[in-house]
Design a protein around this ligand. Structure first.
Ligand code: N01
Length: 542
């Protein structure tokens, strides 16, 4: 391990999740001295905190795993098509140990402040525990979905029963046996939690504000035969995933939904339905672009759900009518709709009877008072910007990130922010992030950032930051791309609609991982076009 000089690290990584772990590894490989600050007690980031029952990844395990080390890839054996949270967390711990990353990580260090000194070209980082660190480069690997959104419901603190949040689940999972339980929220987290809680609780009441689209996972154990094929096909599978839109090797139908016959369309929808989960949104290339194509997909979905749910009063409430299918990430479930056929499960439609207050014994809506022993909040996250904006980050000249992003995030390639030299964000706003497989996006962005840091160190560049006009142009491009699709039409966290007062702007690059990677490589080949590289003699180098 290289020692830091003058108490200044080459690289400081914030967060020891998927991206942070890979950043430590890559920095070490590049002979850089690296330290990582992690708020939690262990590695894993999102997979450390989201321990709620039923939590799984909605990307197939063999794709949702690091690709940088062939031996790791061949030796680690996933037990199921879609891995559970405990298995993913075990994998990330294995990676941390196998590559000797733990000595670089300082746990229980929550970063509260990051200030840049332009004179020294050094970041000073302060943590909640009162410690100070200094580094030439800071990589925020703080995740896209890491600050939970807990709605300010009147009377919430009066509730005398147990309260849980899917995004901050206790280490030892509570028992719901014999209890009346409420779940608020029907996003991916709620949809995974609900079937598990229903099996155990005396009764479960689901409070749904917006009906969501969910497709069964068709999960199953991976067999020896599967593994023979996986190991054989891995190189090609990874190659295809890296050039794809979503970071997985699955291809959409070669024609548009609007160009094929009704029979062909049905067969294609049936095939992706059986593939399972979120991949249904990728059946046809025009499905997320064209209203008619989207309507076909929606009708197919509706038919399937009407076949599952028995109670006709509940069915209508469960089928979304206010946004195109796929405009929010399609959820991937195991028995979600079937849960509403159980006698101990009820649905409350908050559009008809909004929550008025939480009381000491339950939840009061406009229509009734419901009594509970347990309330579970599955109410999502202040995504993409929430975590960074809660840290006091000040760039050159004391510019505050919160001020710069008041009307929405502005980044170059999602990784660079003008006025914030030597600061990098992984899976930030303006990058593909959660629109693709987050492990592959993390590998691609971290690799690019460490290459840039190495290039700067080797060429005497002291400060690197995005040009303001490049960042504005990139952000406009991100918006224009999104506006050419149906994605901004939902009130989703993609546009910040779930957080009261958050500026409405589509925050993700939706051009796909393959195109994004090509753009980043072109920027690099053009001498880091769009970035300002300042040398030691304080001359503009590019
Ligand atoms: O959060 P969400 P999530 N009163 O924002 C409701 C990833 N993920 O944690 O839609 C009542 O989607 C809210 O209602 P509405 C994945 O990328 C992946 O579930 O705003 N309800 C909604 O129903 C996903 O997209 C996996 O009207 C309120 C729910 O809470 C992302 O994380 C698993 C409310 C929040 O849904 C986020 O998913 C889990 C209020 N005041 C998560 N405020 C997998 O890999 C919010 N809601 C499978």
């Amino acid at each position: 391990m290289r020692e830091h000089r003058d108490g200044v690290h080459d690289v400081l990584v914030v967060g020891a999740g998927v991206a942070g772990l890979y950043a430590i590894h890559t920095a070490r490989q590049a002979q850089l001295d690296v330290v990582c600050l992690e708020a939690g007690d262990g590695v894993g980031g999102t997979w450390y905190y989201n321990r709620y029952p039923g939590c799984r990844c909605d990307v197939e395990s063999i794709d949702y795993s690091y690709s940088f080390d062939d031996e790791l890839q061949r030796e680690w054996r996933w037990s199921e098509r879609y891995a559970t949270q405990p298995e993913i967390l075990a994998y990330l711990n294995h990676v941390a140990q196998r590559f000797d990353l733990l000595p670089h990580i300082r746990f229980r260090e929550r970063v509260e402040q990051a200030h840049f000194s332009a004179q020294e070209s050094v970041w000073t980082i302060r943590t909640a525990s009162g410690n100070t660190y200094r580094a030439r480069n800071v990589i925020f690997a703080t995740g896209s979905l890491s600050t939970p959104n807990i709605p300010a419901l009147p009377g919430a603190s009066d509730f005398a029963g147990e309260v849980y949040r899917t995004a901050q689940w206790p280490d030892t999972s509570p028992s719901f046996e014999g209890k009346r339980v409420a779940v608020i929220g029907t996003g991916s987290s709620g949809i995974q939690t609900i079937p598990m809680v229903a099996r155990e609780a005396a009764s479960l009441t689901v409070f749904q504000r917006t009906a969501n689209y969910s497709v069964p996972a068709f999960n199953r154990p991976l067999t020896d035969e599967d593994y023979k094929r996986i190991v054989r096909d891995y190189p090609e599978r990874r190659r295809n995933a890296r050039v794809s839109g979503g970071g997985s090797p699955h291809q959409a139908h070669p024609q548009n939904a609007t160009e094929v016959t009704a029979e062909e369309r049905r067969a294609a929808f049936e095939a992706t339905w059986r593939t399972g989960g979120v991949l249904f949104s990728k059946t046809f290339p025009d499905q997320n672009i064209d209203h008619t194509a989207n309507k076909y997909a929606r009708e197919f979905f509706e038919e399937k759900i009407r076949d599952i749910v028995r109670d006709p009063d509940i069915i209508d409430d469960l089928i979304p009518t206010d946004h195109p299918i796929g405009a929010k990430r399609i959820c991937t479930d195991t028995g979600y709709y079937e849960t509403f056929n159980r006698d101990n499960v009820a649905l409350v439609n908050l559009r008809r009877e909004p929550i008025e207050a939480v009381t000491s014994s339950g939840i009061r809506t406009r229509a009734a008072h419901y009594e509970f022993e347990v309330i579970i909040y599955a109410t999502g996250f202040d995504a993409l910007t929430g975590t960074l904006q809660r840290i006091d980050i000040r760039g050159a000249g004391g510019t505050r990130l919160g001020d710069l992003w008041r009307n929405g995030p502005v980044t170059y390639l999602g990784m660079h922010i003008p006025g914030f030299p030597n600061m990098f964000v992984v899976n930030g706003p303006g990058s593909p992030a959660v629109l693709a497989n987050m492990i592959l996006t993390s590998e691609q962005q971290v690799g690019w950032i460490i290459d840039l840091i190495t290039h700067c160190a080797q060429t005497g560049v002291q400060q690197v930051e995005a040009r303001r006009d490049s960042a504005e142009k990139w952000t406009e491009h991100v918006t224009e791309l999104a506006n050419s699709t149906l994605l901004p039409l939902a009130n989703s966290w993609y546009v910040g609609a779930n957080i009261p007062g958050k500026p409405r702007t589509f925050m993700l690059y939706c051009g796909g991982l393959g195109n994004y990677t090509t753009i980043c490589e072109d920027v690099k080949a053009a001498g880091y076009e769009g970035l300002v590289l300042m040398t030691r003699s304080h001359q503009w180098a590019s």
